[in-house]
Write a protein that binds this ligand. Structure first.
Ligand code: NAD
Ligand code: GLY
Length: 373
């Protein structure tokens, strides 16, 4: 991999037949009407954002959309993972109905993965399905959640348990928006970037090792390469398995443990990316325990995750019976089948697979993973 200069405009195509679309990657895209050329115009645009992102970028997006649409409205949600639930979703439907939105209305999701997942789900449901555009403003959303059409909300018993597959018309990744991202959120996004190396592309993992400091400094060239390569890998996987009947599950490397951490600690306590970073450490150790990778590979991955300032020691989520609580939560994972927990394992560097694992082995890894400093 070579580090190209930050392209002002860069596209990744996601090939899904009639649901195909482009991911646009560049700088200063949000405020430019040209960014949205080719999308449906004329009718109503409803922008969904949240109380943190709206003061930063909503006015620019509305100004860019106004010349294209007969009416432009917005709904501003409360911020945070703990609001990714029914009552917040209802406020999007309230806005759609209040503004007389019809089947031609286009929703725009302006924010991180929480806004993107909820807006996409609202678009999937409103009048049995309207169009939407993703305008992701976190690194995590640009490299993962805005791409691929998974939308939904959380249930107290399980993460992202209620939702729909609904592809956007376009994804607009404005790298300039990453400049206002808090450091902790940048790190959380890097977890989903790092994931693509071990599951699909060891050259990318090496590139990340060489450029982690640049990424932490928000070097625009490095961010452009990382977002583009992540989107290319995700686009390839989603194009071959849109509804996760098999291969797409590899994108959930670290997520089985990670979702248990998020739910066990209470949504919003650990960031999704932090839980995934730590979950990747546990999943890599499980892969090592099964003889699929060696200790050197695991150490390399742990070092990279640490350099992204992500936690690598698993939290205690239940003081009385920690490992059992992890297992209980992991049984609710969407990849579980007939009660058996299935994990994404690294099947040799750069390759991943999904398979059931004896819970006793997972417990071993959790117990040692909660101690290792
Ligand atoms: P988030 O949406 O909560 O955003 C993180 C924080 O950054 C929030 O406080 C947000 O308001 C703020 N923010 C957003 N953009 C900003 C900016 N440019 N400047 C300053 N602050 C900004 O979290 P996230 O990490 O973006 O997304 C996590 C969510 O994504 C989780 O709910 C997870 O389940 C979901 N997810 C979905 C998929 C999918 O395929 N649909 C994949 C991965 C993750
Ligand atoms: N983030 C996992 C997926 O999109 O499938």
């Amino acid at each position: 991999m070579t580090a190209s200069t930050a392209n002002l405009q860069n596209k990744v195509h996601i090939d899904l037949g009639e649901r195909s679309y482009d991911i646009q990657i560049g700088s200063h895209l949000i405020g430019s009407s040209a960014t949205f050329e080719g999308l449906p115009d004329g009718g109503i645009a409803l922008v969904v954002s949240n109380e943190v992102v709206a003061p930063l970028y909503l006015a620019s997006l509305l100004a860019a959309l106004r010349p294209r649409h007969a009416q432009v409205h917005s709904v501003v949600l409360p911020d945070g993972e703990s609001h990714k639930e029914w009552s917040t979703l209802q406020t999007i439907f309230d806005g759609l109905l209040k503004h007389g939105c019809d089947r031609k209305t286009v929703l725009y999701a302006l924010g991180g993965g929480v806004v993107g997942d909820m807006t996409g789900f609202a678009a999937a449901c409103y009048m049995r399905g309207v169009s939407f555009v993703q305008v992701p403003t976190t690194l995590l959303a640009q490299v993962d959640s805005s791409v691929g059409g998974k939308t939904g909300i959380n249930h107290p018993l399980g993460k992202n348990m209620v939702g729909a597959f609904h592809q956007p018309l376009r994804v607009v990744c404005d790298l300039s928006a990453l400049n206002t991202l808090p450091e902790r959120e940048l790190s959380a996004g890097l977890a989903e970037v790092i994931k693509y190396g071990p599951i699909a592309d060891m050259a990318f993992m090496t590139w990340l090792e060489d450029h982690m400091d640049d990424l932490m400094q928000r070097d625009p060239d490095a961010l452009a390469v990382a977002v583009k390569r992540s989107c290319e890998i995700k686009a390839q996987v989603v194009a071959s398995d849109e509804r996760e009947s098999g291969l797409r599950a590899i994108l959930n490397f670290g997520h089985t443990f990670g979702h248990a951490i998020e739910a066990g600690m209470g949504y919003g306590s650990w960031l999704h990316g932090e839980a995934v970073g730590c979950g990747m450490v546990l999943a890599a150790r499980l892969s090592q325990r099964l003889g699929l990778v060696d200790a050197q590979f695991v150490d390399r991955l742990v070092a990279l995750i640490q350099r992204a300032k992500l936690p690598t020691v698993a939290p205690v989520i239940d003081a009385s019976d920690n490992a059992s609580r992890y297992v209980e939560l992991m049984r609710h994972d969407k990849k579980a089948e007939a009660g058996a927990i299935r994990f994404v394992l690294i099947d040799g560097p750069g390759r991943a697979m999904l398979r059931p694992v004896d819970p006793a082995l997972a417990i071993e890894v959790i117990e040692s993973g909660c101690r290792i400093a």
